[in-house]
Design a protein around this ligand. Structure first.
Ligand SMILES: Nc1ncnc2c1ncn2[C@@H]1O[C@H](COP(=O)(O)OP(=O)(O)OP(=O)(O)O)[C@@H](O)[C@H]1O
Ligand SMILES: [Mg+2]
Length: 285
């Protein structure tokens, strides 16, 4: 990914890796598929598609540039502990982006949600990116031939050839991201092989672990996303509403600041994040 300028705006340019050992038509097909899944989608929680070049030697996709880097970098490299209000707002923004995808007709399934594919602006607002595995659900499910994704974030049905794949795979992955936002580790961090991961999911049926510091109000929301029966997982819209309700309740009991003081708190946490960023500028571009 590199940064460029297009009509006076900063843009992100995703250049496709390509060399002479690869078949040109296969590279172009993959790129065209990604562009096709993405170019009609417009929402404040998705990076905006700007254009693409479908010709060798410069196959690329151009999108709006997000200067805050990836959520993975924020949480696991810079190790920023987000204030509770900020963390819950981030989860709501993610659920908002996913419910937009799932509200399309036919339903659009991202299929590769993970903190590396969530990018930030300078105020730590999040947007989804990387539509390389995204698919429209033309029928009631997606065929498994085109599998892929990041094993740690993959719902159990993706490891089991007998179960149908639906948009609920995004809910499982979103639950994993919520855990990371609230200070948790990567899903199944201590597991290092696919065989072990498959055993953990299909034999022991263990969901990713919930760290103790996650507020009690949030635990059932995350556990709902990690229901092993995909039909019992909530929709992204339901998760959004559950988070909104949880935020209202936390405000009532004083666990997060009320609306007036929270604006000031957000400004100060953004300012300190900005000052930290300027101190580390150039460290990992
Ligand atoms: N619009 C953007 N603005 C800023 N940074 C971005 C943007 N899109 C992606 N990035 C950064 O670049 C990284 C790689 O981008 P992306 O996830 O689209 O490609 P990829 O993971 O290499 O591709 P794929 O998973 O399809 O093989 C992201 O993890 C993120 O850190
Ligand atoms: Mg990616």
């Amino acid at each position: 990914m590199c940064r460029g300028r297009f009509r006076d705006e900063e843009v992100a340019i995703k250049q496709l890796f390509w060399d002479n050992t690869m078949r040109e038509d296969v590279v172009m097909q993959d790129l065209a598929k990604e562009v096709e899944s993405f170019r009609h989608l417009r929402h404040k929680r998705l990076v905006t598609f700007i254009g693409a070049c479908l010709e060798i030697p410069h196959p690329c996709i151009v999108t709006e540039y997000m200067p805050g880097g990836s959520l993975h970098h924020l949480l696991h490299v810079r190790k920023l502990q987000l204030p509770l209000l900020h963390a819950i707002n981030m989860c709501m923004q993610l659920a908002d982006g996913v419910r937009y995808l799932h509200s399309q007709n036919p339903v659009v399934v991202h299929r590769d949600l993970k903190t590396q594919n969530v990018v930030l602006d300078l105020n730590l607002n999040v947007k989804l990116c990387d539509f390389g595995l995204t698919e429209s659900m033309e029928r009631t499910h997606i065929s498994k031939k085109n599998n892929g994704g990041s094993p740690r974030y993959m719902a159990p049905e993706l490891f089991d050839c007998k179960t149908k794949i639906t948009e609920k795979v995004d809910l499982w992955a979103m639950g994993c991201i919520f855990i990371e936002i609230f200070g948790g580790t990567l899903p199944y961090e201590s597991i290092n092989s696919l065989a072990e991961l498959t055993r953990e999911l299909l034999v022991h049926k263990r969901p990713p672990s919930l760290p103790g510091q996650i507020p009690d109000d949030l635990k059932p929301i995350i556990s709902g996303c990690h229901n092993f029966d995909h039909r019992s997982r909530p929709s992204a819209d339901q998760v959004f509403e559950q988070l909104a309700e949880c935020k209202r309740h936390m405000r009532q009991v004083g666990a997060i600041p009320d609306a007036t003081t929270s604006k000031a708190a957000c400004r100060s946490s953004e300012a300190s994040a900005r000052s930290r960023r300027s101190r580390t500028a150039g460290a990992g571009a």
